[in-house]
Design a protein around this ligand. Sequence first.
Ligand code: FAD
Length: 268
Amino acid sequence: METLYPHNLDEAVAALGEAVTPLAGGTDLMVEVNFGHMRPERVLALRRVEELSEWHATRIGAGVTWRRIERDGPTALAQAARTVGSPQIRNAGTIGGNVATASPAGDGHPFLAAVDASIELRSVSGTRLLPWHEFFLGVKETARRHDELITAVVLPEDLPDRHEFAKVGVRNAMVISTTCCVVTRRPDGRTTVALGSVAPTPMRARRAEAMISAEARPSPAALDEFARLVSAEVQPITDHRSTEAYRRHASGVLARRLLERCLGRVAS
Ligand SMILES: Cc1cc2nc3c(=O)[nH]c(=O)nc-3n(C[C@H](O)[C@H](O)[C@H](O)COP(=O)(O)OP(=O)(O)OC[C@H]3O[C@@H](n4cnc5c(N)ncnc54)[C@H](O)[C@@H]3O)c2cc1C
């Protein structure tokens, strides 16, 4: 296995090719290598590429670690960051690696879906910005080409006033999500709800969003209906982590609880 050490973004992008595997924090990639699931021919080590760690307002460099996001990120993304692995994992793992892996359980993804973020990709021929729903194509499948590096995630300028993240897992720490969710709410009632671990890619519960956005001051009955719609809209599977039925139920409960937090009815 050969390792390449580019010193800047231009060198990194120029080194890309079909047999070249980018390496950021290594918290996903090295697990695959250690288990013998992958044997990359050439590894492109990104740690020295300082441009990737730049963070300007709504443009978060792909090399920004969960540790930094936990400290400086917008509320719901910081809440998600706090749940990623352990302090060691958060010091090494990056948001770019999280979106590139495209695991259905990626805890960073629901926030990106909830606020309609985009993924910035760069190759020698230029830069393109893909909306999240065009980037995530399936389980561990993205629209990134071999000749492209993920350079940043780009959030919209007008983030919703309230946004909250939570996840459900089999224990309280160091846990892969059984379901994870972000709810956002604006003062005019517009609400979004995005979920992870309940479909091949992050998803939005659009019917639930439309229903609750029309409610200026949602009643308990409206909150029940919101939770019911979220549970109906998710597309979970049964696997070694949970059952389809439990994921469906937990998604509705979680979304309702996060909406109540956004409405200020329960503490964050
Ligand atoms: C013990 C443990 C606990 C974990 N817990 C969680 C958790 O709770 N929640 C969660 O979401 N994840 C968790 N993870 C997974 C992992 O930590 C995250 O997905 C992390 O964000 C991956 O980032 P990384 O920088 O380490 O990526 P790497 O492992 O370096 O790379 C991952 C993939 O992304 C590609 N890649 C990396 N950077 C780029 C780039 N700039 N452009 C193009 N491709 C790139 C690599 O080629 C590789 O395919 C855990 C992992 C471990 C080992």
